[in-house]
Design a protein around this ligand. Structure first.
Ligand code: ADP
Length: 357
């Protein structure tokens, strides 16, 4: 008598299927939405949000192979839900069968993120912490706002949510007629505002003593909430200050946020290293266009005489950008004004707009 196949056995088998390029499996990533069994026939419902159709195809094939290998399985059908509509980049995967609306085996449709009025979502990322990613994100937001664009800045760096400090905004209020976050009806939040930039950060709701170990598991849920429950309104660009690194939490984020592009911040020391390259790979794998590399702390601008010194030698960032075939967007000197401005809630774009930085 053939062995009975159970959903648990299928789920267990799928725990061996890794997300391409990452150590985590497709089950723990939440890609497996449902498993239906009819005798020896197995149907697996997958929700793949990767923008690259070849990733979805790869996952589909590996899942199929894993399920076929289970004793007692006589047939396998893999249903792939294409990426949600409405995001800037995703395209339905050719050949994927989307279930009919209404009786969706994927369960209730996921709430539409409140990004309908947002034209572009751009990630600011780094291979590791402390390279000046948040500094770059905050100053870029202010610079774009000063060009007359409607700009939002979402602080997804739960490990070091420095955006509120740098933008001089708190639950109580912000700069230049800004304000703290407000409740706008049931489960809706209006973002805080400072220097004309709309922003949301866990730092606005949580005190600094909350242990960092708590935060890792919160990243995904928090970001979903920032996307779903925050009234961003109409924006030309929403910048996302990513958590540093290229691990599973970051990949999961890249999958969740409908990104139009990514900017990678490095320092001369790690520009050419595998750290930066892994960052590039992460976005390439998920088909998020890389807008370019910013090299921070590339030279030292003397606060006294203004002389610029190449402490680490020149051209590192540029050379590695060329090597990795992505645009080099520019270098920012080490300048004490940058740090002081960040600490005082007056970023250098505001406090010293004419400085080299
Ligand atoms: P990350 O977001 O990558 O962790 P931050 O933006 O928080 O890094 O920067 C780390 C520290 O370095 C902050 O104190 C910041 O003010 C300082 N910093 C960043 N860029 C510069 C710079 N170009 N010159 C001087 N200090 C800088």
């Amino acid at each position: 008598m053939p062995q009975a196949v159970t959903p648990d056995a299928v789920r267990e088998a799928l725990r061996q299927v890794r997300y391409p390029g990452f150590s985590r499996d497709v089950v723990s990533f939440g890609l497996v939405k449902d498993i239906q069994i009819d005798g020896g026939r197995v149907r697996v419902f997958l929700a793949v949000t990767a923008r690259d159709p070849s990733i979805a195809k790869q996952i589909q094939t590996s899942v199929e192979t894993a399920v076929r290998a289970i004793p007692g399985v006589t047939g396998v059908e893999i249903m792939v839900r294409p990426p949600a509509a409405g995001g800037p980049a995703p395209q339905p995967q050719p050949g994927a069968r989307a279930p009919a609306a209404g009786a969706s085996p994927f369960g209730a449709p996921e709430p539409t993120p409140s990004l309908a009025g947002v034209k572009r979502v751009v990630a600011v990322a780094s291979g590791k912490g402390g390279v000046g990613k948040s500094t770059a994100a905050v100053n870029l937001a202010l610079a774009l706002a000063r060009l007359g664009l409607a700009v939002g800045l979402m602080d997804a760096d739960v490990y070091g949510p420095s955006v509120p400090l740098m933008l001089g905004v708190s639950a109580q209020g912000g700069q230049e007629g800004g304000r703290g976050p407000q409740v706008a009806g049931e489960r809706r939040i209006t973002p805080a505002e400072s220097y004309g930039v709309r922003t949301i950060s866990i730092g606005l709701f949580m005190n600094e003593d909350t242990p960092v170990v708590w935060r890792g598991p919160m990243v995904a849920g928090l970001v979903d909430q920032f996307l779903r429950d925050v009234e961003w309104g109409s924006l030309d660009v929403l910048l996302v200050d990513m958590p540093p690194g290229t691990g599973d939490a970051q990949l999961s984020l890249v999958q969740r946020v409908p990104l139009s592009g990514a900017i990678i911040v490095t320092t001369p020391q790690d520009a050419a290293s595998t750290v930066a390259r892994r960052g590039l790979m992460m976005f390439r794998q998920t088909r998020v266009p890389i807008l370019g590399i910013v090299e921070n702390m590339s030279t030292f601008a003397c606060p006294h005489c203004g002389e610029v010194t190449d402490i680490f030698g020149t051209g590192g960032g540029e050379a590695s950008a060329r090597m990795m075939n992505v645009p080099f967007l520019g270098g920012i000197p080490i300048d004490p004004t940058v740090r002081e401005g960040g600490d005082a809630g007056r970023p250098v774009v505001v406090s010293a707009p004419d400085s080299a930085a």
